[in-house]
Design a protein. Structure first.
Length: 405
């Protein structure tokens, strides 16, 4: 009996240690030093198969798999991280994919009655298929088209309770509610390009291309934080904006591995062959960048509106009549729309219906997210007061707006 009690206490202590460790999970593989070691907590290795190459990636290095015998396999201890709330995030770039491509998988064999999580690409219809489940009655799939104007793609999976959210290229794709908690197999391994379903009779192909910035944490990341953490590989960082005629703006692109860059239209750019040219448009212009990586070409656009300062009405400060801070990527924050007419903001204050100040800023581009001290407020009517300077004159604007939850 004493031995049983001692054994139980030891087991309980290990369980508590495991729970304590779960509070610290934030594992990231950047591959920037060309090793397979993770940064963050805990330190876990990735085991390569074949002979993957360490080449240029997102802001540093990435791992290139040849599609023949190269793959990456993570330690099986990672499997249990998917049992509770988590965020699983990584970037991938494919080389001219043809057929059914195994991007990522976590499963033990090919029987769908067992737990699985996998991401595949089908070139026949240019679709990505994500599958996850613990058995045939708790099995979920999501299909979506792949944006062919991108070379690099970002896949993000977020679990919050029984809710699962899927994002591709920083865009929310879909969500579903599992019938019960999905417990991942302890026998299979999370891998890239090494599905156990690959065989002489199965047409699935190994992944050929680059894998980078793998991140696993045991918290459910919000959509706003997902968007804020985007690294913009081969993409334009500069957002659609307005400037006055005669002014210039630098167009910024994110990390890239190619110097074969071209912008159009080139007439109002100082150099249409560099990554970050200076634009001086006399009329509103949509600029497009093309980045040729050899085996893949990325394209992206940005719209620069050119306003006439002489005809701008300083009294017309534009703010929406309502906003919806629900993290759907639309109208999630509240702020000034036509900031280009404003020289500076002395204060921008928001009050609830009882007259209590809930937010303030002196930043021209300040945006309210509907919270007070980090806690979401209930929807309703609010009031804003703004003192600002335009064409060397001061103005004050006061009005109501509605927050919808």
């Amino acid at each position: 009996m004493l031995k049983y009690i001692i054994f139980s206490l030891i087991a309980l202590s290990f369980w508590h240690a495991d729970v304590w460790a779960q509070d610290k999970i934030d594992v990231k593989f950047t591959f920037d030093d060309c090793t397979y070691d993770a940064s963050g907590t805990p330190i876990l290795p990735i085991t390569p198969g074949g002979n993957p190459q360490c080449i240029c990636g997102i802001g540093g290095k990435s791992i290139r798999l040849n599609g023949t015998d190269d793959f990456l396999t993570m330690d099986k201890v990672v499997n249990r991280y998917f049992d509770t709330d988590f965020t699983f995030d990584f970037y991938f770039a494919m080389d001219n994919p043809l057929g059914e491509i195994d991007i990522m998988s976590l499963r033990n064999g090919c029987n769908r009655v067992d737990s699985l999580m996998q991401l595949r690409y089908f070139s026949s219809n240019n679709e990505v298929l994500f599958e996850i489940g613990s058995n045939i009655n708790n099995y979920n799939t999501i299909r979506t088209k792949l944006n062919t104007t991108n070379c690099w793609h970002r896949f993000t999976l977020v679990k919050f309770g029984l809710l699962y959210f899927v994002y591709l290229d920083n865009v929310f794709i879909s969500k579903f509610v599992a019938r019960e908690n999905i417990i991942m197999t302890r026998l299979g391994s999370l891998s890239f390009g090494n599905s156990p379903c690959k065989s002489n009779t199965n047409p699935i192909q190994r992944f050929a291309g680059n894998i980078d910035e793998i991140n696993i944490r045991n918290t459910a990341t919000s959509e706003l934080d997902i968007k804020d953490s985007f690294l913009f590989p081969d993409r334009i960082v500069t957002e659609n904006t307005t400037i006055f005629k005669g002014e210039s703006i630098q167009l910024i692109t994110g990390p890239k591995c190619s110097n074969n860059i071209s912008w159009s239209p080139a007439a109002t750019l100082d150099d249409a062959t560099v990554a970050d040219p200076v634009a001086t448009p006399e009329v509103s212009t949509t600029y497009e960048v093309t980045i040729n990586n050899g085996n893949c070409v990325s394209k992206d656009t940005v719209r620069i509106f050119a306003a006439d300062k002489e005809t701008s009405d300083c009294k017309t400060l534009l703010l929406p009549g309502a906003f919806t801070p629900n993290n759907d990527g639309l109208n999630d924050t509240y702020g000034i729309s036509n900031t280009f007419i404003v020289d500076e903001v002395s204060y921008f204050e928001i009050y609830d219906r009882w007259g209590e100040k809930v937010w303030e800023t002196a930043e021209l581009n300040g945006q309210w997210d509907g919270t007070k001290q980090g806690k979401p407020l209930n929807g309703g009517t609010f009031l804003y007061k703004i003192r600002y300077k335009c064409n060397d004159e001061e103005y004050v604007k006061i009005d109501n707006f509605v927050m919808l939850r």
